[in-house]
Design a protein around this ligand. Structure first.
Ligand code: GRG
Length: 299
């Protein structure tokens, strides 16, 4: 099976589980809120974060079914962040995953509320016994995802990003500032998805730290690749508007350092991500492939 087939198979599993979780825990599919949540969750997407949860859990002998609910929770948080990021008051996008964004398909208030409900749903899923039999493991997952997605993680990263773009604060963003905001905005959730596999698998601290380190380098690679796609990618392949960072004067590594240096840093991040997996040997081949995919992806 190629990496893309493996990622696709994971996406199918995750989507089926998201459908059933939404039917069981959501507000009712006939409601406007339920429909907007479905649009946000089920209109495409690579399901890359769930893939990381499943594959990192697999390192500790867990079958996909045993990690699927945790994986679905990560996708709920990711989808909420995309819905809110696309709003006119944030990044203002009309297309996402090749489809109209939630506020275009519905309206702004429905998009805000669908995002809120998806974020909350993620924690409801993690707290369910079906996520893991051990309540301590469930509590650890809740804590890790809350830290990664909240005001010391992704939300803070988004805040720093928007302050730079909309308020020119700081007036001249330096490399350290951009690196920090990107590590928070994109890296925190990706790193946490990798760590979640270690939590589910009751890994030792050394193995958990190795997966976290892999995830941090992977997150950086993912973000630089995203910036390069925005600068150089084709709108129909990427599935959303491109060229927006330059037009908005966004603080990115590509803008600060140029595309060539950004590509060099992308390659370094890929190498370091793969190196962090060393102790897992051949078992980690799918995660090695995931790092290669993050770097070379076209969407
Ligand atoms: C609104 C709190 C809040 C946070 C928003 C996700 C995010 C933070 C901003 C999105 C801006 C962006 C494009 C960031 C780059 C990395 C990224 C998250 C890309 C989208 O993720 P993919 O490529 O998307 O995994 P799919 O559609 O495949 O799930």
């Amino acid at each position: 099976m190629t990496f893309v087939q493996r990622l696709g198979a994971c996406a199918n599993l995750v989507e089926a589980r998201l459908r059933s979780l939404l039917a069981a825990l959501g507000p009712g599919e006939e409601t406007r809120l339920g429909q907007a949540m479905r649009h946000a969750l089920l209109a495409g997407g690579k399901r890359f974060r769930p893939f990381l949860v499943l594959e990192s859990a697999g390192l500790f002998g867990l079958k996909a079914a045993a990690a699927l609910d945790a994986a679905a929770a990560f996708e709920c948080v990711h989808c909420y962040s995309l819905v809110h990021d696309d709003l006119p008051c944030m990044d203002d996008d009309a297309m996402r995953r090749g489809q109209p964004t939630v506020h275009k398909a519905y309206d702004e208030w429905s998009a805000v509320l669908a995002g809120d409900a998806l974020l909350t749903l993620a924690f409801e899923i993690l707290a369910q016994p079906s996520t893991h039999a051990d309540p301590h493991v469930r509590a650890e997952l809740v804590l890790a995802l809350a830290e990664a997605s909240g005001g010391r993680g992704m939300v803070l990263g988004q805040m720093l990003d928007l302050e730079a773009e909309k308020r020119s604060e700081p007036a001249v963003p330096e490399l350290a500032h951009i690196s920090r905001l990107q590590a928070l905005k994109t890296g925190a959730l990706i790193a946490c998805a990798c760590e979640a596999g270690a939590i589910l698998g009751c890994a030792c601290p050394r193995e958990r730290a190795a997966l976290r380190s892999y995830g941090e380098h992977l997150g950086l690679a993912f973000q630089i690749a995203d910036d390069l796609l925005d600068a150089e990618g084709d709108e129909s392949t990427v599935g959303k508007a491109t060229g927006k960072d330059q037009a908005a004067g966004k603080a990115t590594l590509v803008r600060l350092l140029g595309a060539n240096e950004a590509r060099a840093r992308l390659a370094a991040a890929e190498r370091e991500a793969i190196a962090a997996l060393g102790a897992f040997g051949d078992k980690a081949a799918p995660l090695v492939e995931a790092a290669r995919f993050a770097v070379s992806r076209a969407h």
